[in-house]
Design a protein around this ligand. Structure first.
Ligand code: ACO
Length: 426
């Protein structure tokens, strides 16, 4: 039976088809709306707009559910490697042993970065934010690695290069920013361990891999691997819809993720907690500011466009803080402040009424600090984790039979037709 909603305007009735997803969520298909009725929809921030159909990630913001290709993120965080998760997102299913081994070999083979790229890094001013550098360098990959003639091969190689090289490029930017010797990837190390070694190994202090630290990074990256049509993923899809190359589309995603309302929140949370520590723990003052409509300040790491309950990733991150820090014999005062801040905010009517709970960024910075990652690299860590999701979403959009160039409309509110006034008459 045809399912539709009726739209009535001045006696005219229009039927708009209802499209139902595999988890029962409903949408109204308005793709013919303008053609049939002359109307467009108006939805600032796209809070009610589905931009595509996607089989990659399911989230239920009311129940706090997140699944990649149907698998709950909790199970992946417990049992999967980051590489398996990346394969799952990009290829639609978990790899078997042979596929995973081949994937590892491929990633290893592509993990080196063109030596000429190093000089680019060295020319950035010292105070540059690593997200700006990463976004520029990912875009520059197209110049260093021109497209192959075979489209299928090019697509596979481009994806592999990104997964393998962005990790190397991130560690490289950290080393160069410190004026230290770059550490090359090692074929004997797994994905997470390899990154940590490139970040922290030094000729004067060889890096000792620690299983708890490697595991924490694995969980952090898996939790960040995809989150359906968020700001940066939408940026990747929109830029990709112009059929630009994948590197440019991912570069746009990195730029979007940099923002403090999106991925940059993990850095902003630590800065906020450090401010509280410096001011002598004035949690009530911070909560009061966050509620003040005349103050642009927001409680960082709180609230989410989709989650109106506890972010499932934040639950895992909080638990990770409680297990990892004692194992590493770290006592981080910012964790105590974060917990007190959460407790105070969650008892407050404003936060209760607005359904504001901790999001993934609230506790993730404390985990990253424990691993030894400097604060200005936090969002880069998020970007490395999100890469498989961006790639999977881009790939899905490339093969979407309903693909269209992204081009929203607007309601124009400027002046109506106005005569040009010559300069001497103005
Ligand atoms: N502190 C105080 N008030 C908040 C917060 C917050 N963190 N978040 C939302 N609100 C309030 C808004 O002021 C608004 O109040 P009003 O309705 O009384 O005017 C209401 O809650 C709804 O806020 P919106 O901005 O409409 O919600 P939206 O869905 O657009 O915002 C966002 C989501 C941007 C994440 C917001 O919660 C926020 O700014 N949070 C802080 C930044 C942050 O942690 N970002 C990371 C998000 S997770 C991620 O991207 C990986």
């Amino acid at each position: 039976m045809e399912d539709y909603v009726k739209l009535e305007y001045k006696g005219e009735v229009y039927r708009l088809p209802v499209v139902t997803g595999s988890e029962g969520e409903k949408s109204v298909d308005i793709s013919k709306l303008r053609q049939v009725t002359g109307f467009i929809t108006l939805d600032p921030g796209y809070a009610n707009t589905g931009s595509c159909s996607s089989a990659i990630t399911f989230m239920d913001g009311e129940k706090g559910i997140l699944r990649y290709r149907g698998i709950p993120v909790e199970q992946l965080a417990e049992k999967a490697t980051f590489k398996e998760t990346a394969y799952l997102l990009i290829n639609g299913r978990l790899p078997n042993q042979e596929e995973l081994t081949n994937y590892s070999i491929l990633l290893n083979d592509h993990s080196l970065v063109h030596e000429d790229m190093r000089s680019f890094y060295q020319k950035f001013p010292r105070a540059s934010h690593p997200m700006g550098i990463l976004s520029s360098m990912v875009n520059a990959l197209r110049s260093f690695y021109p497209a192959l003639a075979d489209i299928e091969e090019e697509s596979t190689i481009m994806v592999t290069r990104l997964l393998a090289k962005v990790r190397t490029m991130a560690a490289m930017s950290y080393k160069i920013s410190r004026g230290h010797r770059v550490v090359y990837p090692r074929s004997d190390l797994a994905y997470c361990a390899n990154f940590l070694n490139m970040m922290f190994d030094s000729p004067v202090r060889p890096y000792e891999l620690n299983e708890d630290v490697t595991n924490a990074l694995r969980v952090f990256w898996i939790l960040h691997a995809d989150h359906e049509q968020n700001c940066s993923t939408s940026a990747v899809r929109i830029v990709g819809s112009a059929r630009t190359n994948l590197y440019a589309a991912i570069s746009a995603g990195i730029a979007a993720l940099w923002g403090p309302l999106h991925g940059g929140a993990n850095q902003a949370v630590i800065e906020m907690l450090s401010d509280i520590q410096r001011d002598g723990g004035s949690i009530e003052h911070v909560v009061k500011r966050a509620k003040d409509k005349n103050d642009p300040f927001r409680l960082m790491g709180f609230g989410h466009r989709v989650y109106k309950t506890y972010d499932p990733r934040a639950k895992i991150m909080k638990k990770m803080c409680d297990t990892l820090l004692p194992k590493l014999t770290i006592r981080d005062p910012l964790l105590d402040i974060a917990k007190k801040l959460e407790e105070t905010a969650r008892k407050d009517n404003y936060f209760i009424e607005h359904n504001l709970y901790p999001n993934v960024d609230f506790y993730s910075g404390i985990v990253l600090r424990a691993i030894g990652i400097p604060t200005n690299m936090f969002t880069v860590m998020f970007a490395i984790g999100r890469l498989p999701g961006w790639i999977a979403q881009w790939k899905e959009s490339m093969y979407d039979p309903n693909w269209k160039l992204s081009r929203p409309r607007q309601i124009y509110t400027g002046p109506t037709e106005t005569e040009f006034i010559p300069i001497h008459q103005r």
